[in-house]
Write a protein that binds this ligand. Sequence first.
Ligand SMILES: [Zn+2]
Ligand SMILES: [Zn+2]
Length: 69
Amino acid sequence: MKCYICAEEGKDTDAVAICIVCGMGLCMKHAIREEQDVWEGGYPFPSTKVSKTLPRILCPYCHDAIKRR
Ligand SMILES: [Zn+2]
Ligand SMILES: [Zn+2]
């Protein structure tokens, strides 16, 4: 898979991660790693507590959308 954002810019970069929200492929430069606490409060994720933070990969678009809520 190729990085979607790089593809939009006319570049051809291999994806190293996938956005967990929209599923687009992302290269190292465009993948945004967020820890679990970003999702606290609201999002209907497991009600049981996870003992450690889990990294989640987001694309810049989804990261933006979540930050703006
Ligand atoms: Zn990229
Ligand atoms: Zn996304």
